[in-house]
Design a protein around this ligand. Structure first.
Ligand SMILES: [Mg+2]
Length: 388
């Protein structure tokens, strides 16, 4: 097995620093203020230098660093970005198991041939996340979940660690606190009997370990030997698939918007196909320069997973929403809802011959993009729907 653990660095705080560049390099805490009796949800690395960490009362954070800047949580926004990260991960394997908004395991055993090794996949994920989302992730690569999670934490932030095979020599040098479940209390007990590293732990008599830690000793011994056979369990099918992009400068030109929407649509449609799902509802989202946000949706009688009809629908929605008007758009997005499995899918209303052709076009585009990286191939934009 080849497992990658992806862990975003100080996720909420990094998102806020990215969006408000004057927060870069400053101690930032996302969470409620001391006056609000708040708690630290995330601390930037600059804040961590003062000893601030998550779950700490904000009043204590303020005492540790009087200059700390509090930013309110924007949970829905972090969730959107988490979806975008998830979509990046799904480019490399369908076996993605999210642990939280900012952490996931990937099983890449079968993807390594396609992408040239697990280290390559790890590097590409890191690059994609940085280039597309402006955020850093730490990557751990190993032959199981336990080792991969240790690895991602070793060089945080912006870490990249692949645990070598055989791994035991590497594992042995690490402090025993790296074992899951060895917290303060256990580590004090272990220090007392001279156990500091994982090697110390592993080479200690089982009876002694059991006397010190009770029934947990067996499980910890397995981990100390690097044994962990838990599988990566992909997320239960998402009920919707979405993708959006925020422009660096506001867009006032319809063609530019259309072309962004086309790229996003290709993305969500490819993801839909990877999941083996079909959609009936296509929606778009627009956020204007004044932050007013609108969504438009269209539910069709029949489901599809083919890019062309999905794109037609999205293009129509865009046209009806703002075609022929003046606008300044800062964000555009597309989402697919009412997802159904192949079993529930029925495309009898569409012309089958044409759809079969389109379906073949899609699979060629998908395989090229999967081989050479996203967005190698795009369709041309179809004609203006108002002229049809
Ligand atoms: Mg994290």
């Amino acid at each position: 097995m080849m497992i990658i653990h992806v862990d975003m660095d100080a996720f909420y705080a990094s998102v806020e620093q990215r969006d408000q560049p004057d927060l870069m390099g400053k101690p930032v805490v996302v969470g409620g203020t001391a006056q609000q009796r708040g708690v630290v949800a995330a601390a930037s690395y600059e804040a961590r230098k003062f000893g601030i960490h998550s779950a700490m009362p904000s009043s204590r954070a303020t005492r540790l660093c009087p200059d700390v800047i509090f930013i309110p949580m924007r949970m829905n926004y972090y969730r959107e970005i988490s979806d975008q990260i998830h979509e990046i991960l799904l480019r490399y394997t369908p076996l993605v198991e999210p642990l939280s908004l900012d952490e996931a395991f990937l099983e890449v055993t079968d993807s390594t041939r396609l992408f040239g090794g697990s280290a390559n996949i790890g590097k590409r994920i890191k690059n994609d996340i940085l280039a597309e989302l402006g955020l850093t992730a730490s990557i751990g690569i190993a032959s199981n979940k336990f080792l991969a999670k240790i690895a991602s934490d070793l060089e945080k932030p912006d870490g990249f660690v692949q645990i070598p095979e055989p791994y035991q020599e590497f594992l042995d040098t690490l402090p025993v606190t790296r074992l899951w479940g060895v917290g303060n209390v256990a580590s004090k007990k272990l220090t007392k009997i001279g156990i500091h590293t994982i090697a110390d732990f592993r080479l200690t008599d089982e009876k002694v370990l059991e006397k010190t830690l009770g029934h947990r000793a067996q499980q910890l011994l397995r981990l100390a030997n690097g044994v962990d056979d838990r599988k990566v369990i992909p997320e239960i099918e998402a009920k919707s698939i979405s993708r959006e992009t925020t422009f660096v400068t506001d867009i006032q030109d319809f063609r530019t918007l259309e072309s962004s929407l086309m790229h996003l649509t290709e993305d969500v449609a490819a993801r839909l196909r990877r999941k083996g799902m079909f959609t009936r509802t296509v929606g778009i989202k627009l956020r204007f320069a004044n932050f007013r946000t609108i969504t438009r949706e269209k539910t069709h009688a029949e489901s599809t997973n083919i890019t062309q009809p999905i794109w037609k629908s999205a293009q129509n929605l865009l046209h009806n929403a703002i075609g022929g008007t003046k606008f300044r758009v800062r964000l555009i997005g597309v989402h697919l809802q009412s997802l159904v499995s192949e079993h529930e899918h029925n495309n009898s209303l569409f012309n089958r011959t044409e759809l079969n052709q389109q379906s073949q076009v899609d699979s060629v585009v998908d395989s090229i993009n999967e081989r050479f990286g996203k967005s190698t191939v795009h369709r041309g934009i179809a004609s203006d729907p108002s002229k049809n």
